[in-house]
Design a protein around this ligand. Structure first.
Ligand code: ADP
Length: 497
Protein backbone atom coordinates (compact mmCIF):
# COMPACT_ATOMS: atom_id res chain seq x y z
CA UNK A 1 0.00 0.00 0.00
CA UNK A 2 1.29 3.43 -0.99
CA UNK A 3 1.33 6.08 1.77
CA UNK A 4 -1.25 8.85 1.60
CA UNK A 5 0.28 12.29 1.29
CA UNK A 6 -0.48 15.84 2.26
CA UNK A 7 -0.16 17.74 -0.99
CA UNK A 8 -0.29 21.47 -1.68
CA UNK A 9 -0.76 22.46 -5.31
CA UNK A 10 0.26 26.05 -5.98
CA UNK A 11 -0.64 27.81 -9.20
CA UNK A 12 -1.56 31.17 -10.62
CA UNK A 13 -4.58 29.88 -12.52
CA UNK A 14 -7.06 27.01 -12.19
CA UNK A 15 -10.41 26.16 -13.77
CA UNK A 16 -13.11 27.25 -13.14
CA UNK A 17 -11.73 30.35 -11.41
CA UNK A 18 -9.15 31.82 -13.81
CA UNK A 19 -7.70 30.48 -17.05
CA UNK A 20 -5.32 31.58 -19.78
CA UNK A 21 -4.15 28.13 -20.94
CA UNK A 22 -3.78 24.40 -20.37
CA UNK A 23 -2.09 25.01 -17.00
CA UNK A 24 -5.49 25.95 -15.53
CA UNK A 25 -6.99 22.61 -16.61
CA UNK A 26 -4.27 20.66 -14.84
CA UNK A 27 -4.38 22.59 -11.58
CA UNK A 28 -8.19 22.72 -11.45
CA UNK A 29 -8.82 19.08 -12.34
CA UNK A 30 -5.85 17.05 -11.06
CA UNK A 31 -6.63 17.70 -7.35
CA UNK A 32 -10.01 15.96 -7.68
CA UNK A 33 -8.36 12.77 -8.96
CA UNK A 34 -5.59 12.89 -6.34
CA UNK A 35 -8.30 13.17 -3.71
CA UNK A 36 -9.97 10.07 -5.15
CA UNK A 37 -6.67 8.25 -4.64
CA UNK A 38 -6.96 9.11 -0.95
CA UNK A 39 -4.55 12.04 -0.60
CA UNK A 40 -5.14 15.17 1.46
CA UNK A 41 -4.77 17.62 -1.41
CA UNK A 42 -5.31 21.37 -1.34
CA UNK A 43 -4.97 24.10 -3.94
CA UNK A 44 -3.88 27.72 -3.58
CA UNK A 45 -4.27 30.46 -6.22
CA UNK A 46 -4.41 34.28 -6.22
CA UNK A 47 -7.79 35.97 -5.79
CA UNK A 48 -7.99 37.96 -9.02
CA UNK A 49 -10.73 40.52 -9.56
CA UNK A 50 -12.64 38.18 -11.84
CA UNK A 51 -13.01 35.50 -9.14
CA UNK A 52 -16.41 36.16 -7.64
CA UNK A 53 -16.45 35.39 -3.92
CA UNK A 54 -20.24 35.15 -3.79
CA UNK A 55 -20.60 32.92 -6.83
CA UNK A 56 -18.05 30.45 -5.47
CA UNK A 57 -19.19 30.73 -1.85
CA UNK A 58 -15.77 31.77 -0.55
CA UNK A 59 -15.33 32.36 3.17
CA UNK A 60 -12.68 34.51 4.77
CA UNK A 61 -10.01 32.77 6.81
CA UNK A 62 -9.68 34.77 10.02
CA UNK A 63 -6.63 36.98 10.45
CA UNK A 64 -4.33 38.56 7.89
CA UNK A 65 -1.35 36.66 6.52
CA UNK A 66 2.09 38.27 6.85
CA UNK A 67 4.54 37.72 4.01
CA UNK A 68 8.21 38.73 4.36
CA UNK A 69 9.24 40.52 1.16
CA UNK A 70 12.94 41.18 1.81
CA UNK A 71 13.82 44.85 1.32
CA UNK A 72 10.13 45.70 0.86
CA UNK A 73 9.46 44.62 4.43
CA UNK A 74 6.51 42.56 5.53
CA UNK A 75 3.38 42.75 3.38
CA UNK A 76 -0.06 41.55 4.38
CA UNK A 77 -2.84 39.80 2.55
CA UNK A 78 -6.24 38.22 3.15
CA UNK A 79 -7.04 34.56 2.63
CA UNK A 80 -10.34 33.14 1.40
CA UNK A 81 -11.33 29.51 1.37
CA UNK A 82 -13.72 27.45 -0.74
CA UNK A 83 -14.05 24.02 -2.32
CA UNK A 84 -13.31 23.20 -5.95
CA UNK A 85 -16.86 22.85 -7.37
CA UNK A 86 -18.32 19.35 -7.11
CA UNK A 87 -15.38 18.16 -5.03
CA UNK A 88 -14.27 18.08 -1.44
CA UNK A 89 -10.92 19.71 -2.27
CA UNK A 90 -10.15 22.87 -0.27
CA UNK A 91 -8.94 25.80 -2.32
CA UNK A 92 -7.35 28.91 -0.80
CA UNK A 93 -7.26 32.32 -2.41
CA UNK A 94 -4.57 34.87 -1.65
CA UNK A 95 -6.14 38.32 -1.72
CA UNK A 96 -3.90 41.33 -2.19
CA UNK A 97 -5.56 44.32 -3.80
CA UNK A 98 -2.41 45.93 -5.23
CA UNK A 99 -0.97 42.72 -6.70
CA UNK A 100 -4.04 40.79 -7.81
CA UNK A 101 -6.92 43.26 -7.87
CA UNK A 102 -6.72 43.72 -11.64
CA UNK A 103 -8.48 42.45 -14.68
CA UNK A 104 -5.88 40.31 -16.45
CA UNK A 105 -3.67 37.67 -14.90
CA UNK A 106 -0.22 38.46 -16.28
CA UNK A 107 -0.42 41.10 -19.01
CA UNK A 108 -1.90 44.54 -19.53
CA UNK A 109 -4.46 45.14 -22.28
CA UNK A 110 -1.66 45.52 -24.84
CA UNK A 111 -0.32 42.06 -24.04
CA UNK A 112 2.74 43.41 -22.18
CA UNK A 113 3.66 41.65 -18.91
CA UNK A 114 2.81 43.82 -15.89
CA UNK A 115 5.84 45.79 -14.68
CA UNK A 116 5.60 44.32 -11.18
CA UNK A 117 5.19 40.65 -12.14
CA UNK A 118 8.44 39.87 -10.32
CA UNK A 119 7.12 41.15 -7.00
CA UNK A 120 3.59 39.85 -7.61
CA UNK A 121 4.63 36.24 -8.01
CA UNK A 122 7.49 36.31 -5.51
CA UNK A 123 4.82 37.51 -3.11
CA UNK A 124 2.40 34.78 -4.11
CA UNK A 125 5.04 32.05 -3.80
CA UNK A 126 5.98 33.22 -0.35
CA UNK A 127 2.34 33.60 0.65
CA UNK A 128 1.72 29.92 -0.24
CA UNK A 129 4.40 28.88 2.24
CA UNK A 130 3.27 31.28 4.95
CA UNK A 131 -0.26 29.97 4.46
CA UNK A 132 0.86 26.44 5.35
CA UNK A 133 2.13 27.74 8.67
CA UNK A 134 -1.03 29.68 9.33
CA UNK A 135 -3.16 26.60 8.64
CA UNK A 136 -0.75 24.33 10.50
CA UNK A 137 -0.70 22.25 7.30
CA UNK A 138 2.76 20.80 6.68
CA UNK A 139 2.65 19.13 3.26
CA UNK A 140 4.74 16.15 2.22
CA UNK A 141 4.74 17.61 -1.28
CA UNK A 142 4.45 21.14 -2.60
CA UNK A 143 3.69 21.15 -6.30
CA UNK A 144 4.69 24.34 -8.14
CA UNK A 145 3.65 25.16 -11.70
CA UNK A 146 5.60 27.23 -14.24
CA UNK A 147 7.79 30.24 -13.44
CA UNK A 148 5.17 32.05 -11.39
CA UNK A 149 5.54 29.60 -8.50
CA UNK A 150 9.05 28.36 -9.32
CA UNK A 151 10.39 30.38 -6.37
CA UNK A 152 8.82 27.83 -4.03
CA UNK A 153 11.40 25.04 -4.53
CA UNK A 154 14.11 27.69 -4.15
CA UNK A 155 12.64 29.02 -0.91
CA UNK A 156 12.23 25.50 0.49
CA UNK A 157 15.96 24.92 0.01
CA UNK A 158 17.00 28.30 1.44
CA UNK A 159 14.83 30.41 3.74
CA UNK A 160 12.74 27.45 4.88
CA UNK A 161 15.50 24.85 4.89
CA UNK A 162 15.64 24.52 8.67
CA UNK A 163 11.93 25.04 9.13
CA UNK A 164 9.39 22.20 9.45
CA UNK A 165 8.16 23.25 5.99
CA UNK A 166 11.59 22.55 4.51
CA UNK A 167 10.96 18.81 4.83
CA UNK A 168 8.43 19.02 2.00
CA UNK A 169 9.51 17.57 -1.32
CA UNK A 170 8.97 19.95 -4.21
CA UNK A 171 7.69 19.20 -7.70
CA UNK A 172 7.93 21.75 -10.48
CA UNK A 173 5.77 21.18 -13.54
CA UNK A 174 6.83 22.95 -16.71
CA UNK A 175 3.80 23.67 -18.87
CA UNK A 176 5.66 25.93 -21.27
CA UNK A 177 9.39 26.62 -21.05
CA UNK A 178 9.15 29.71 -23.23
CA UNK A 179 7.99 31.74 -20.23
CA UNK A 180 10.72 31.75 -17.60
CA UNK A 181 10.17 34.68 -15.26
CA UNK A 182 13.39 36.49 -16.06
CA UNK A 183 13.81 39.74 -14.11
CA UNK A 184 16.21 42.48 -13.03
CA UNK A 185 18.68 41.16 -10.46
CA UNK A 186 17.22 43.41 -7.73
CA UNK A 187 14.59 40.69 -7.30
CA UNK A 188 17.22 38.89 -5.19
CA UNK A 189 16.66 41.50 -2.47
CA UNK A 190 12.94 40.82 -2.49
CA UNK A 191 13.38 37.06 -2.44
CA UNK A 192 15.70 37.65 0.50
CA UNK A 193 17.48 34.32 0.14
CA UNK A 194 20.99 35.81 -0.03
CA UNK A 195 23.01 37.00 -3.00
CA UNK A 196 25.18 33.89 -2.86
CA UNK A 197 22.36 32.16 -4.78
CA UNK A 198 22.74 34.61 -7.67
CA UNK A 199 25.20 32.44 -9.55
CA UNK A 200 25.12 30.52 -12.81
CA UNK A 201 24.45 27.21 -11.04
CA UNK A 202 21.30 28.58 -9.43
CA UNK A 203 19.24 31.68 -10.26
CA UNK A 204 21.43 33.76 -12.54
CA UNK A 205 20.87 33.64 -16.29
CA UNK A 206 22.15 36.34 -18.66
CA UNK A 207 22.69 38.65 -15.69
CA UNK A 208 19.09 38.37 -14.67
CA UNK A 209 17.20 36.39 -12.05
CA UNK A 210 15.58 33.50 -13.90
CA UNK A 211 12.96 31.98 -11.62
CA UNK A 212 12.27 28.95 -13.81
CA UNK A 213 15.96 28.10 -13.96
CA UNK A 214 16.24 28.38 -10.17
CA UNK A 215 13.12 26.25 -9.77
CA UNK A 216 14.41 23.54 -12.11
CA UNK A 217 17.70 23.34 -10.23
CA UNK A 218 16.18 23.43 -6.74
CA UNK A 219 13.07 21.25 -7.07
CA UNK A 220 13.18 17.66 -5.86
CA UNK A 221 11.68 16.39 -9.12
CA UNK A 222 10.47 18.03 -12.29
CA UNK A 223 7.63 17.09 -14.57
CA UNK A 224 6.41 18.33 -17.89
CA UNK A 225 3.22 17.58 -19.76
CA UNK A 226 4.35 14.95 -22.27
CA UNK A 227 7.27 12.57 -22.75
CA UNK A 228 8.01 14.17 -26.08
CA UNK A 229 8.26 17.65 -24.60
CA UNK A 230 10.48 16.30 -21.78
CA UNK A 231 12.96 15.24 -24.44
CA UNK A 232 12.55 18.32 -26.61
CA UNK A 233 13.34 20.79 -23.81
CA UNK A 234 16.79 19.27 -23.55
CA UNK A 235 17.61 20.68 -26.98
CA UNK A 236 18.30 24.28 -28.06
CA UNK A 237 15.48 24.19 -30.60
CA UNK A 238 12.84 24.01 -27.87
CA UNK A 239 14.37 25.13 -24.56
CA UNK A 240 14.61 28.90 -25.04
CA UNK A 241 18.14 28.84 -23.66
CA UNK A 242 17.57 26.49 -20.73
CA UNK A 243 18.57 23.24 -22.49
CA UNK A 244 21.74 22.88 -20.42
CA UNK A 245 19.84 23.35 -17.17
CA UNK A 246 17.16 20.84 -18.13
CA UNK A 247 19.77 18.36 -19.30
CA UNK A 248 21.54 18.65 -15.99
CA UNK A 249 18.34 17.48 -14.30
CA UNK A 250 17.26 15.01 -16.98
CA UNK A 251 17.43 12.12 -14.51
CA UNK A 252 14.82 13.86 -12.35
CA UNK A 253 12.50 14.85 -15.17
CA UNK A 254 9.25 13.00 -15.99
CA UNK A 255 6.71 13.50 -18.77
CA UNK A 256 3.06 13.07 -17.75
CA UNK A 257 0.36 13.78 -20.30
CA UNK A 258 -2.57 15.90 -19.22
CA UNK A 259 -5.89 14.12 -19.10
CA UNK A 260 -8.82 15.03 -21.30
CA UNK A 261 -12.11 16.06 -19.72
CA UNK A 262 -14.47 13.54 -21.31
CA UNK A 263 -17.44 14.80 -19.31
CA UNK A 264 -17.22 17.98 -21.39
CA UNK A 265 -15.80 16.58 -24.64
CA UNK A 266 -17.84 13.54 -25.61
CA UNK A 267 -19.87 13.33 -28.86
CA UNK A 268 -22.36 11.02 -27.13
CA UNK A 269 -23.40 13.63 -24.58
CA UNK A 270 -22.17 16.98 -25.97
CA UNK A 271 -24.96 19.53 -25.43
CA UNK A 272 -23.66 22.04 -27.98
CA UNK A 273 -23.95 19.88 -31.10
CA UNK A 274 -27.10 19.30 -33.17
CA UNK A 275 -26.98 15.52 -32.96
CA UNK A 276 -25.03 13.25 -30.64
CA UNK A 277 -23.19 10.29 -32.08
CA UNK A 278 -20.94 7.42 -31.09
CA UNK A 279 -18.36 5.01 -32.54
CA UNK A 280 -21.17 2.61 -33.37
CA UNK A 281 -23.41 5.09 -35.12
CA UNK A 282 -21.77 7.98 -36.92
CA UNK A 283 -24.91 9.27 -38.62
CA UNK A 284 -25.11 12.19 -36.18
CA UNK A 285 -21.65 13.33 -37.25
CA UNK A 286 -22.93 14.01 -40.76
CA UNK A 287 -25.69 16.21 -39.35
CA UNK A 288 -23.09 18.05 -37.29
CA UNK A 289 -21.09 18.61 -40.48
CA UNK A 290 -24.09 20.10 -42.29
CA UNK A 291 -24.86 22.30 -39.30
CA UNK A 292 -21.25 23.48 -39.18
CA UNK A 293 -21.20 24.32 -42.89
CA UNK A 294 -24.44 26.29 -42.47
CA UNK A 295 -23.16 28.09 -39.37
CA UNK A 296 -20.07 29.27 -41.24
CA UNK A 297 -21.92 30.12 -44.48
CA UNK A 298 -20.22 27.43 -46.56
CA UNK A 299 -21.96 25.36 -49.23
CA UNK A 300 -23.60 22.38 -47.53
CA UNK A 301 -21.94 19.38 -49.15
CA UNK A 302 -21.68 15.91 -47.63
CA UNK A 303 -19.01 14.77 -50.06
CA UNK A 304 -16.32 17.41 -49.35
CA UNK A 305 -13.73 17.10 -46.55
CA UNK A 306 -14.00 19.80 -43.87
CA UNK A 307 -10.89 20.86 -41.95
CA UNK A 308 -11.34 22.56 -38.56
CA UNK A 309 -8.93 24.78 -36.62
CA UNK A 310 -9.51 26.07 -33.09
CA UNK A 311 -6.48 27.82 -31.73
CA UNK A 312 -4.81 30.76 -30.14
CA UNK A 313 -3.52 32.53 -33.24
CA UNK A 314 0.11 32.83 -32.17
CA UNK A 315 3.41 31.67 -33.56
CA UNK A 316 3.69 28.73 -31.13
CA UNK A 317 0.60 27.25 -32.78
CA UNK A 318 2.16 27.52 -36.25
CA UNK A 319 -0.27 30.17 -37.37
CA UNK A 320 2.40 31.68 -39.63
CA UNK A 321 2.91 28.27 -41.28
CA UNK A 322 -0.81 27.99 -41.86
CA UNK A 323 -1.04 31.50 -43.27
CA UNK A 324 1.71 30.73 -45.77
CA UNK A 325 -0.03 27.55 -46.95
CA UNK A 326 -3.58 28.96 -46.91
CA UNK A 327 -4.00 30.17 -50.47
CA UNK A 328 -2.52 26.95 -51.92
CA UNK A 329 -4.96 24.99 -49.77
CA UNK A 330 -7.82 26.70 -51.57
CA UNK A 331 -6.79 24.80 -54.72
CA UNK A 332 -7.88 21.58 -53.02
CA UNK A 333 -11.48 20.42 -53.15
CA UNK A 334 -11.89 20.97 -49.41
CA UNK A 335 -13.42 23.42 -46.94
CA UNK A 336 -11.70 25.13 -44.01
CA UNK A 337 -13.17 26.50 -40.79
CA UNK A 338 -11.14 28.58 -38.39
CA UNK A 339 -11.93 29.81 -34.88
CA UNK A 340 -9.38 31.75 -32.88
CA UNK A 341 -7.94 34.95 -31.48
CA UNK A 342 -4.39 36.10 -31.06
CA UNK A 343 -1.95 38.24 -32.96
CA UNK A 344 -3.65 41.19 -34.61
CA UNK A 345 -2.24 40.60 -38.11
CA UNK A 346 -3.81 37.14 -38.12
CA UNK A 347 -7.26 38.57 -37.41
CA UNK A 348 -7.02 40.61 -40.60
CA UNK A 349 -5.33 37.89 -42.61
CA UNK A 350 -7.69 35.04 -41.80
CA UNK A 351 -10.70 37.25 -41.10
CA UNK A 352 -10.46 38.66 -44.65
CA UNK A 353 -10.17 35.33 -46.45
CA UNK A 354 -13.89 34.35 -46.60
CA UNK A 355 -14.63 37.52 -48.60
CA UNK A 356 -12.42 36.26 -51.43
CA UNK A 357 -13.07 32.51 -51.03
CA UNK A 358 -16.61 32.21 -49.64
CA UNK A 359 -16.92 28.60 -50.81
CA UNK A 360 -13.65 27.53 -49.23
CA UNK A 361 -13.30 29.06 -45.80
CA UNK A 362 -15.39 30.21 -42.86
CA UNK A 363 -13.75 32.21 -40.06
CA UNK A 364 -14.81 33.39 -36.62
CA UNK A 365 -12.34 35.62 -34.82
CA UNK A 366 -13.05 35.33 -31.11
CA UNK A 367 -13.23 32.87 -28.24
CA UNK A 368 -16.36 30.76 -28.37
CA UNK A 369 -16.65 27.45 -26.56
CA UNK A 370 -19.89 26.41 -28.26
CA UNK A 371 -18.39 26.91 -31.72
CA UNK A 372 -15.29 24.97 -30.62
CA UNK A 373 -17.54 21.99 -29.85
CA UNK A 374 -19.38 22.32 -33.16
CA UNK A 375 -16.09 22.40 -35.05
CA UNK A 376 -14.76 19.31 -33.28
CA UNK A 377 -17.94 17.41 -34.10
CA UNK A 378 -18.67 18.66 -37.62
CA UNK A 379 -15.19 18.57 -39.17
CA UNK A 380 -13.60 15.56 -40.86
CA UNK A 381 -10.06 16.66 -40.01
CA UNK A 382 -8.50 18.97 -37.43
CA UNK A 383 -5.32 20.94 -38.18
CA UNK A 384 -2.61 21.67 -35.56
CA UNK A 385 0.63 22.86 -37.20
CA UNK A 386 2.30 23.82 -33.87
CA UNK A 387 5.95 24.80 -33.75
CA UNK A 388 5.95 23.37 -30.25
CA UNK A 389 3.15 21.85 -28.20
CA UNK A 390 3.95 20.77 -24.63
CA UNK A 391 0.78 18.64 -24.46
CA UNK A 392 -2.16 20.04 -26.43
CA UNK A 393 -5.80 19.28 -25.78
CA UNK A 394 -7.54 19.85 -29.07
CA UNK A 395 -6.04 16.80 -30.73
CA UNK A 396 -7.34 14.66 -27.84
CA UNK A 397 -10.83 16.12 -28.32
CA UNK A 398 -10.56 15.54 -32.08
CA UNK A 399 -9.69 11.88 -31.62
CA UNK A 400 -12.70 11.39 -29.36
CA UNK A 401 -14.96 13.04 -31.98
CA UNK A 402 -13.59 10.93 -34.85
CA UNK A 403 -12.14 14.08 -36.42
CA UNK A 404 -8.75 13.03 -37.68
CA UNK A 405 -5.91 15.27 -36.47
CA UNK A 406 -3.39 16.59 -38.99
CA UNK A 407 -0.51 17.58 -36.74
CA UNK A 408 3.09 18.59 -36.68
CA UNK A 409 4.99 15.78 -34.93
CA UNK A 410 6.05 17.68 -31.82
CA UNK A 411 5.64 17.29 -28.03
CA UNK A 412 2.24 16.03 -26.95
CA UNK A 413 0.94 16.00 -30.53
CA UNK A 414 3.56 13.45 -31.48
CA UNK A 415 2.84 11.38 -28.36
CA UNK A 416 -0.93 11.21 -28.76
CA UNK A 417 -1.44 10.90 -32.54
CA UNK A 418 -0.31 7.80 -34.45
CA UNK A 419 0.58 8.45 -38.05
CA UNK A 420 -1.50 6.75 -40.76
CA UNK A 421 0.31 3.71 -42.12
CA UNK A 422 -1.21 2.87 -45.49
CA UNK A 423 0.24 -0.66 -45.71
CA UNK A 424 -0.80 -1.77 -42.25
CA UNK A 425 -3.96 0.38 -42.18
CA UNK A 426 -3.08 1.64 -38.71
CA UNK A 427 -2.98 5.10 -37.14
CA UNK A 428 -5.25 7.82 -35.83
CA UNK A 429 -4.19 10.83 -37.90
CA UNK A 430 -1.67 12.46 -40.22
CA UNK A 431 1.70 13.86 -39.19
CA UNK A 432 4.31 16.12 -40.71
CA UNK A 433 7.73 16.92 -39.36
CA UNK A 434 9.14 20.13 -40.85
CA UNK A 435 7.60 23.30 -39.45
CA UNK A 436 7.09 24.54 -43.00
CA UNK A 437 4.17 25.48 -45.23
CA UNK A 438 4.95 22.90 -47.93
CA UNK A 439 5.06 20.07 -45.35
CA UNK A 440 1.69 21.17 -43.99
CA UNK A 441 0.27 21.52 -47.51
CA UNK A 442 1.51 18.07 -48.58
CA UNK A 443 0.10 16.40 -45.49
CA UNK A 444 -3.29 18.05 -45.85
CA UNK A 445 -3.11 16.94 -49.49
CA UNK A 446 -2.44 13.38 -48.32
CA UNK A 447 -5.46 13.47 -46.03
CA UNK A 448 -7.69 14.90 -48.80
CA UNK A 449 -6.49 12.15 -51.14
CA UNK A 450 -7.26 9.53 -48.49
CA UNK A 451 -10.70 11.03 -47.91
CA UNK A 452 -11.67 10.78 -51.58
CA UNK A 453 -9.85 7.59 -52.59
CA UNK A 454 -9.49 5.31 -49.59
CA UNK A 455 -12.82 5.06 -47.79
CA UNK A 456 -11.92 1.82 -45.92
CA UNK A 457 -8.84 3.55 -44.48
CA UNK A 458 -10.90 6.56 -43.39
CA UNK A 459 -13.32 4.26 -41.64
CA UNK A 460 -10.53 2.42 -39.87
CA UNK A 461 -8.71 5.61 -38.81
CA UNK A 462 -11.92 7.09 -37.40
CA UNK A 463 -12.63 3.90 -35.44
CA UNK A 464 -9.06 3.83 -34.09
CA UNK A 465 -9.21 7.50 -33.13
CA UNK A 466 -12.52 7.25 -31.30
CA UNK A 467 -11.25 4.40 -29.14
CA UNK A 468 -8.30 6.39 -27.77
CA UNK A 469 -8.57 7.62 -24.18
CA UNK A 470 -6.35 9.96 -22.18
CA UNK A 471 -7.90 9.96 -18.74
CA UNK A 472 -7.18 12.03 -15.66
CA UNK A 473 -7.34 8.84 -13.58
CA UNK A 474 -4.33 7.60 -15.46
CA UNK A 475 -2.43 10.91 -15.23
CA UNK A 476 -3.16 11.24 -11.50
CA UNK A 477 -1.64 7.80 -10.87
CA UNK A 478 1.51 8.91 -12.66
CA UNK A 479 1.70 12.08 -10.56
CA UNK A 480 1.27 9.87 -7.50
CA UNK A 481 4.28 7.80 -8.59
CA UNK A 482 6.37 10.94 -8.97
CA UNK A 483 5.24 12.27 -5.58
CA UNK A 484 6.23 9.00 -4.00
CA UNK A 485 9.70 9.14 -5.53
CA UNK A 486 10.09 12.77 -4.56
CA UNK A 487 9.20 12.18 -0.92
CA UNK A 488 11.68 9.31 -0.75
CA UNK A 489 14.34 11.41 -2.37
CA UNK A 490 13.72 14.34 -0.03
CA UNK A 491 14.21 11.91 2.84
CA UNK A 492 17.45 10.88 1.18
CA UNK A 493 16.26 7.36 0.62
CA UNK A 494 17.08 6.67 -2.97
CA UNK A 495 15.21 3.87 -4.65
CA UNK A 496 17.05 1.84 -7.22
CA UNK A 497 14.55 0.99 -9.88
P1 ADP B 1 -3.08 26.11 -25.22
O1 ADP B 1 -3.35 25.81 -23.77
O2 ADP B 1 -1.63 26.18 -25.59
O3 ADP B 1 -3.85 27.27 -25.77
P2 ADP B 1 -4.42 23.57 -25.71
O4 ADP B 1 -4.71 22.81 -26.98
O5 ADP B 1 -3.72 22.81 -24.62
O6 ADP B 1 -3.61 24.87 -26.11
O7 ADP B 1 -5.76 24.09 -25.12
C1 ADP B 1 -6.50 25.08 -25.74
C2 ADP B 1 -7.92 25.08 -25.19
O8 ADP B 1 -8.52 26.33 -25.47
C3 ADP B 1 -8.78 24.05 -25.85
O9 ADP B 1 -9.77 23.63 -24.95
C4 ADP B 1 -9.42 24.83 -27.02
O10 ADP B 1 -10.61 24.30 -27.48
C5 ADP B 1 -9.61 26.16 -26.37
N1 ADP B 1 -9.60 27.27 -27.32
C6 ADP B 1 -8.52 27.87 -27.88
N2 ADP B 1 -8.91 28.91 -28.66
C7 ADP B 1 -10.26 28.95 -28.60
C8 ADP B 1 -11.26 29.79 -29.19
N3 ADP B 1 -10.93 30.79 -29.99
N4 ADP B 1 -12.54 29.55 -28.89
C9 ADP B 1 -12.88 28.54 -28.07
N5 ADP B 1 -12.00 27.71 -27.48
C10 ADP B 1 -10.70 27.91 -27.74
Amino acid sequence: MRPKFKILITATEAVPYAKTGGLADVTGVLPKYLKQLGHDVRLVIPRYYEIDKVKYGLKEVQGALGVPMGVLGEEWCGVFEGKIPETDVPVYFIEHERYFGRKNLYNDDNGQGYMDNDNRFAFFSKACLQLCKKLDFYPDIIHANDWQTAAIPILLNTTYKHDALGKAASILTIHNIQHQGSFYEGLMDVLGIGWEHFNFLELEFNNQVNLLKGGILHSTLITTVSDGYAKEIQSPEYAWGLEGVVKERAGSLYGILNGCDYSEWNPETDKYIVKNYSENDLSGKLECKRDLQKTFGLPVRDDIPVFGIVSRLVKQKGVDILSEALYSLFDLDAQFILLGTGEVWSHFYFGGAPKFFPDKIGVHIGFNNELAHKIEAGSDFFIMPSRFEPCGLNQMYSLRYGTLPVVRATGGLNDTVDNFNEQEMTGTGFKFYDPAANALFNTIGWSVYTYYNNKPAMKKLIANAMQKRFTWENSAKKYEDVYYLAVRRRQNIYISS
